[in-house]
Design a protein. Structure first.
Length: 112
């Protein structure tokens, strides 16, 4: 799996309602997107962005192509940053689970 972090440098914190309304305008393009497991929208004083969890690097690279960079520049008027990370291990406190490649594993107790 792969995590992509996109940051869009647009200074000025949006309110929670503004951030949600802005993000909702783009959700249709991500629902059912091949290879995308989930997208989390981000908002801060520094701008916005997203954290994307992809099934494979190939799926992510198919999305972050030359057309994506043009779309982002046209939409926001600035060039975003993009960092890709290999992703294997998750601690999910909502589910109370540890997973490797999205499969549950037993958590290891710390010994000291």
């Amino acid at each position: 799996m792969l995590i992509a972090i996109v940051q869009i440098p647009l200074p000025g914190q949006k309110s929670k309602d503004q951030a949600i309304m802005g993000g909702m305008k783009t959700t249709d393009q991500y629902l059912g997107m091949p290879g995308l497991i989930r997208k989390d929208y981000l908002s801060s004083d520094e701008g916005g962005g997203g954290v994307y969890l992809w099934e494979t690097r190939e799926a992510a690279e198919a999305w972050y192509n030359d057309d994506w960079w043009v779309m982002m520049q046209d939409r926001y008027g600035v060039k975003p940053s993009l960092v890709l990370y290999d992703h294997y291990l998750t601690v999910d406190n909502d589910l109370g689970a540890v997973t490797v490649d999205r499969k549950p594993v037993a958590a290891e107790a710390e010994t000291g």
